[in-house]
Design a protein around this ligand. Structure first.
Ligand code: NAD
Length: 360
C-alpha cells in the first residue's frame, strides 16, 4: 500500500529542490502518494497567511511531511513557518546527522556526529516585546522593581524560557537515541555558567537523565568552547545535545565541516508526527537557476524512508548519494565549481547510481 505523505515545496529554491528530491525518492520504487500543499512567502503574498489551514490539516491527517525550505523575512512580524509547524505538531526533537563520507573531500576526516536539538522553546518560542511599546515598558518596569536590574527604555526584548518538562523529554530522547544507534557519548552544550536558570536547568536535567544510561558517557561543554573544539577536532564528538538556538547555530558549523549545507539533512520528530527537511534555508537569491545541491533534501528523504520503515530503499538512496559525492564529477558548484552541473543533473546522477543498485 502506498504511503500518503504531505509535501510542502516551500519557496525560493525550495520548489526546485523538492522536485529533484522527490524524483530521487520515487526512483527507489517505494510507493508514495504525495499530498502537495503550499506554505511560505508566495502563499503569504496571495492569502496573507504563510501556513494555510489546508497545510495544517494535511499534516494533521498524514503525520509525515517532506518540506522544502521556506523564507522567513528578518525583522518583520512574519512568524516562521518552520517554527509554527514544529510548535503546532510538537515536533520536539530535531535530529541532524553530520558525517564525513569516505572518499569525498571536505575540510575534516572521520567526523561522525549527530546534533540533537530541542525544537520547541528557548529563544525560539516567539515571546517577544517590541521596542517602545507600552507592554514592553511595563515589562521593563517590572524587571526593575523585582530584580533591581536596569534595561534601557528603548530596548526590544526576547524571552528565553527552558522548562524542566521539555528538557526531560529531549534529554531522554537523546540518550535513548544514543542507545538505539550504538552511540557512546552525549555532549551537552550550554552556557550554564552565565544562564544558570535556563541552561543550568538544561544541564541539570541531562545529568539526571544520564544516570539512567550508565553505558553512555556524558560530558558538558560551554557553547564557545564547543565551537573551538568542533573546528579543531570534530572526531572527538558523538552526539551533541543542545537547546534550540545553540543547536541551530552548531548545525551550520557542523555542516561546513562535513562538506557544506548542501548535504546535511534534518528530521523534526514528535510523538507520532515527523517532518523532514534540509538544514539549509531557501537561498532565495538562487531561485530558478538550477544551482542548488539537491543532496540535503534527498538525504532528508532517506531519513523519512527509514522513519516509515522502508529501510532497504533508504540504504540504496543513501548509497547512491554517497557514490555521486565520492565520484565528485556530477555535483553542483558548491562542491565543484568546475563541474558546471546543475541541480537536476546531479539528481539524474543519483538516480543513475540508484538504478545500478538493487533498488531498480
Ligand atoms: P541559506 O541556508 O538559505 O543559504 C546560505 C548559503 O548557503 C547560500 O547563500 C548558499 O551559498 C549556501 N547553500 C545553502 N543551501 C545550499 C544548497 N542546497 N546548495 C548549495 N549551496 C547552498 O541561509 P540564509 O541565506 O541565511 O537564509 C535564507 C532564508 O531561508 C531565510 O529567510 C531563512 O529564514 C530561511 N531558512 C529556512 C530554513 C528552513 O526552511 N528550514 C532553514 C534556515 C533558513
Amino acid at each position: 500500500m502506498a504511503h500518503t505523505i504531505t509535501l510542502i515545496p516551500g519557496d525560493g529554491t525550495g520548489p526546485e529542490l523538492v522536485t529533484e528530491a522527490r524524483r530521487c525518492i520515487e526512483a527507489t520504487g517505494v510507493a508514495i502518494d504525495w499530498e502537495i500543499v503550499d506554505a511560505g512567502t508566495e502563499v503569504y503574498e496571495k492569502t496573507g497567511v504563510p501556513l494555510p489551514r489546508e497545510a495544517i490539516d494535511s499534516i494533521e491527517k498524514n503525520r509525515i511531511v517532506l518540506k522544502g525550505p521556506v523564507t522567513t523575512p528578518a525583522g518583520t512580524g512574519y512568524r516562521s513557518v518552520n517554527v509554527q509547524i514544529r510548535q503546532h505538531f510538537d515536533l520536539f526533537a530535531c535530529v541532524r546527522p553530520c558525517k564525513t563520507i569516505r572518499g569525498f573531500r571536505c575540510s575534516v576526516e572521520n567526523a561522525d556526529l549527530v546534533i540533537i536539538r530541542e525544537n520547541t522553546e528557548d529563544l525560539y518560542a516567539g515571546i517577544e516585546f517590541r521596542e517602545s511599546e507600552e507592554i514592553t515598558h511595563h515589562l521593563i518596569e517590572f524587571i526593575k522593581k523585582s530584580l533591581h536590574k536596569d534595561i534601557p527604555y528603548d530596548s526590544g526584548i526576547t524571552i528565553k524560557s527552558i522548562s524542566r518538562s521539555a528538557t526531560q523529554r529531549i534529554t531522554e530522547f537523546a540518550f535513548h537515541y544514543a542507545c538505539e544507534n550504538n552511540r557512546k557519548k552525549v555532549t551537552v552544550v550550554t552556557k550554564a555558567n552565565i544562564m544558570k536558570f535556563t541552561d543550568g536547568l538544561f544541564f541539570e536535567e541531562a545529568q539526571q537523565c544520564a544516570s539512567g544510561y550508565p553505558q553512555i558517557e556524558i560530558e558538558h561543554l560551554l557553547i564557545d568552547n564547543l565551537c573551538y573544539q568542533l573546528v579543531s577536532a570534530p572526531q572527538k564528538f558523538d552526539i551533541l545535545l543542545a537547546p534550540n538556538l545553540y543547536g541551530d547555530i552548531i548545525s551550520d558549523l557542523c555542516a561546513a565541516l562535513v562538506g557544506g549545507l548542501g548535504i546535511v539533512p534534518s528530521a523534526n520528530i514528535g510523538k507520532d508526527c515527523a517532518m523532514f527537511e534540509a538544514v539549509h534555508g531557501s537561498a532565495p537569491q538562487y531561485t530558478g537557476q538550477n544551482l542548488m545541491n539537491p543532496c540535503a533534501l534527498t538525504l532528508a528523504g532517506v531519513m523519512m524512508l527509514r522513519y516509515i520503515g522502508e529501510l532497504a530503499a533508504a540504504d540504496c538512496l543513501q548509497n547512491a548519494v554517497e557514490s555521486v559525492l565520492r565520484e565528485g564529477r556530477y555535483v553542483t558548484r558548491d562542491l565543484n565549481p568546475h563541474a558546471h552541473v546543475g541541480t537536476s543533473e546531479m539528481a539524474d546522477r543519483i538516480i543513475y547510481y540508484l538504478k545500478g543498485g538493487r533498488c531498480s
